[in-house]
Design a protein around this ligand. Sequence first.
Ligand code: C2E
Ligand code: CA
Ligand code: CA
Length: 712
Amino acid sequence: MAAVSDKPPDPPRPPSAPRRSAATFGELEQMRRLLDTAEMRVALVGPDRRYRYANRAYCDFVGLAPDAIVGMAAPEVLGERLYRELRSAVEAALAGNTSQVEQWVDYPRRGRRFVRRVHTPNVMPDGRLDGYAVFVHDITEHHRAEDELRASEALKAAVVNGALDGVVAIDGGHRIVEFNPAAERIFGRRRADVLGRDVADILIPPELVPAHQAGLRRYLETGEQRVIGRRFEVEAMRSDGWRIPVELTVSETSASGGRLFVASIRDISDRKRMERELMDLAYRDQETGLANRQGMLRTLGDTLAAGKPATLLCIDLDRFSKLRHSFGHEFAHAMLAGLAARLMGSFVGKARLARVTDDALGLLLEGAPDDATLAAHVESIAALLRRTRGIAGGPVHLTASIGAVTVGGADHTPEDLLRDAEIAAFHARELGGARWVRFEPGLRDRLVSQTRVEHDLREALEQNSGLWLAYQPIVDLSGGRLRGFEALLRWTHPELGNVPPVEFIPVAESTGLIVALGRWVLAEACRQLAAWTALDHGTDPAPFMSVNLSPVQLGEAGFIEEVARVLEETGADPKLLKLEITEGAVIAHGERSLEALDALKRMGVRLAIDDFGTGYSSLSYLTRLPVDSLKVDRSFLQDLQHSIQGDAILRAIIDVAHTCGFDVVAEGVETAAIAEHLRALSCDYAQGYYFARPLTPDAADAMVRNRSEAAV
Ligand code: C2E
Ligand code: CA
Ligand code: CA
């Protein structure tokens, strides 16, 4: 790197060559000593290119003794190569021209140095040229520092210009002093157009300007750091006014003009969009496009935080899993989505909707409506449900169990609220569905006790302790003789004592525990049946055993095989086993239950319709079922006492049943009068307290062994 300047800046004045006439010897000595202390290297070379003088620094530099150098030829001192390099400067000086050269020079002894060399002609007072003087500055260090500075500036420029992040620097007066290409891309503005302008006018959305100005002012006045050095997300404004999310780090530096704030800005629109998409996945139900449970919880959280009153409805669709089963998932989801759309339409702007479970929607309404208003809302929901259509466009009889809870009570969490609404909906379902229930704390306690029931029942089943069967005699109405028993499940809880079946059977059914429980009952009843069958019954037929089946069991895959296995293992006679099912159970499982019933029939097992008169009670439907008995519900007998109509209905039922080949069993016979009446209607069998309560196994066993006791 050599730089020959055409106009050398006044070189240090060379000492003139010894002029005996002008300076005394003493003066020359003094000058020599002075020059020897100088840092600058100085040498005088004659027209013959031989050294006349070199100061100490020069001698040190070229590695020669001061005495030795005098008289040496320049190429000798400098080395041939260096001399060649310097030759033109030397010739110029000899010709009377001063030259200044800055360059890297390889000194034989010093190595590579960056030096400034000034060759200047030695002009005698009379104008005659007498060789030249050379001044050598070693400026290696200085040059390196300059180089580094240049490099670091180039680097800085490269970093700023090539940065992927936008770099925007402003001064204390909010004016933009730097705006790199990335910033140009982010903001859609040209550097030339923004330099010198106030950031607040062009990059910051107007609504954020006051906060920005206040923040900067506070920082400048108090040094309070809220922004400097931290990474945070804000909205910025593009040239078209569009807001973009950016991530920002601000640092402060000082420049000659004062303080500078440098913001490194990253456009995070993509990241935000990805976040939104992830959020969407997390908060949206993919099947219906509605918000999901998490989404509803978030909305509830916002509502709670806002402190505004609101009411959450949990709309639990009755029998929706069955609909899904019969229509297929996709249709069921489309149906749900359609329902959701209609719901949103009717509560437009006043509600948020989410799918909170597979079968339930959550509807968050504004305000805290009273019961009457809520009932009106529920009615409009029910009306929408009624408009739901099945695959062929036919009605599907969609109903819902709806739980309501008011948001903004005590210190609730979103989870508490949703759970309370669900508990209330669960209760509505327990009450038969197609109704609504407002949550009250008592419901939660109930659920807690149900949870306990489930837990303890499971344990009882696993440890086979506390569960037993009571056997209630079923008698022949014409002769009053024992004909069979109904096995009734009993649970003696270690702490609670006898838990009535109405309390634990629904829990077992809703948790699926009924399947294992039913298996146990069937096995135990068949074991007892086989034991009784083995006894000598004389002229009487052996007693049959009625066992209750839950609808859940009937729908279980492998149930038929299970019955066959139990019969096989216990050796019970299929003809003496009677399975009691309700009409509802048959209807719920449709074709499948018909197949199951047919299979049971083929095995020789007998079937009874239980609780007849409480459900759909379609005799014409029943005639198509492969059943043997009809068990008329106790409620029928109560009617019987007060109404002639009830009597006529019962008479008709018994007649039709007989025509179809069914026998009829009357349940809950409590008085002699009713027993007598039933006999007159030619009802076949009866069961009830009047004849016998459900008996312990021992008592039932004794009865079987001594049949005369069962006679009326
Ligand atoms: P259910 O099948 O209708 O059983 C008859 C119920 O009527 C029994 O109640 C019985 O004790 C009661 N009962 C019998 N005679 C009279 C009477 O003269 N007056 C009155 N008021 N009641 C009478 P329990 O034992 O409490 O059983 C209730 C229900 O629990 C049963 O109704 C049945 O649906 C269910 N259940 C009982 N055991 C089982 C079982 O092993 N499996 C299934 N799935 N359900 C069972
Ligand atoms: Ca029964
Ligand atoms: Ca019954």
